[in-house]
Ligand binder design. Structure first.
Ligand code: MG
Ligand code: ZN
Length: 370
């Protein structure tokens, strides 16, 4: 054997050796819990606001695994929250307005229902009514999102173990004059209409609903306070009592409404609040070591950009590149790609560019170890 051949043999051996030893790492780790955080209407410019308007480093800097998703619905290039919520919850794209049903209006199993059937506990938290399109996609099946009175009937009949948000009026100020709150106990729910207790005070074998507000929750700039991060921590402390696992969806619902209103102050307030929710989820996941956290949006709203500051209308002066302000291109949703941030076991699966429905497929594959 010549020196050259020995050298080639060594190269081949080292190369093969590396390939073999790398193999175990390519098997994705199986998450024991999933926290899915949806900023409604949160495009990349909304994600960027914390880098300029926050008083501490953006929580998004804690993510290493980042991808992009395309949000178009089955029938429309620009989605609404019902179609995209359903796509992420069920893995099937549908028409705008649909909650948990496909384009033929047939019911689709959502990830909360799937995981509940595997013994996991499940919860939904929002700052809209709890029957609004995004949270509803994780427990209800109706042809149109506006059927909120029917959606809350389905919530009380669902496998959901914890919910918190606005929309108490959908339970007790109904067009059919029934008071669902007085029947909630028969469905296994303890409902609190006054506020949120401290984490660690809820019994493991009970289901809970928190409805402190008749309509949607107030805006951050109008005094909502820490409702969303506190409800998130309460949900985690309750659901994590189940050793089989838990799935929690938390929505920053009003980022979207700020985008529709083209209101920069409203939007920044909602984003900084949602960052606190993300931080709480990441802190739990870091300690737990077994929890996958996925943060994304259902679509972008407002065509938001962070542009240089312009002089006020009718005033003299120059565009000031040293300062920025939120500017909006529209009052509607847009079709721009949406970032996906993942942390914890299986997080690397969320790299790349894919459809919103794939987010469901990725979560399900990870949990099933496929
Ligand atoms: Mg929503
Ligand atoms: Zn919207």
């Amino acid at each position: 054997m010549t020196m050259k051949n020995i050298f080639l043999l060594l190269v081949a051996f080292v190369t093969l050796g590396c390939t073999a030893s790398d193999q175990p790492d390519s098997e994705p780790k199986k998450p024991g819990n999933i926290i899915f955080l949806i900023g409604d209407g949160m495009g990349l410019s909304a994600v960027s606001t914390g880098f300029y308007f926050g008083d501490q480093p953006s929580v998004f800097k804690r993510f290493q695994e980042i991808g992009l998703q395309q949000t178009s619905s089955a029938l429309q290039k620009v989605t609404d929250s019902a179609a995209s919520g359903t796509a992420m919850a069920t893995g099937t794209k549908t028409y705008n307005g649909a909650i948990g049903v496909d384009t033929t209006k047939a019911s689709l199993q959502n990830i909360a229902e799937l995981l509940a059937s595997m013994g996991w506990s499940t919860g939904v938290v929002a700052t809209s009514t709890i029957s609004h399109a995004t949270p509803a996609s994780f427990y209800a099946h109706v042809e149109q999102r506006y059927m909120e009175e029917e959606i809350v009937v389905q919530l009380l009949d669902s496998e959901i173990d914890f919910f918190a948000g606005g929309g108490r009026d959908k339970f007790n100020r109904r067009s059919d004059s029934t008071d669902l709150l007085s029947h909630a106990a028969e469905k296994g729910f303890t409902i609190d209409t006054t506020g949120l207790p401290a984490p660690g005070t809820l019994s493991a074998d009970q289901k809970y609903g928190f409805l402190p507000q008749a309509g949607s929750m107030p805006k951050m700039i109008e005094g909502r306070g820490d409702f969303l991060p506190e409800a998130t921590m309460l949900a985690i402390s309750h659901l994590s009592q189940n050793q089989e696992g838990f799935f929690l969806m938390v929505e920053g619902s009003q980022i979207d409404w700020a985008g529709h209103a083209n209101d920069g102050d409203y939007l920044v307030g909602e984003m900084l609040d949602f960052e606190k929710v993300i931080a709480a989820a990441l802190d739990f996941a870091a300690k737990d070591g077994n929890t996958l956290v996925v943060v994304t949006a259902d679509h972008e709203t407002g065509g938001l950009a962070l542009g240089p500051k312009k002089p006020a209308a009718g005033q003299p002066g120059y565009t000031n590149y040293a300062e920025i302000e939120p500017i909006f291109a529209s009052g509607d949703h847009s079709a721009t790609l949406i970032p996906v941030f993942a942390y914890g076991p299986g997080a690397e699966q969320f790299k790349g560019i894919y459809q919103n429905s794939e987010i469901n497929h990725k979560m399900v594959a990870l949990v099933k170890g496929e």
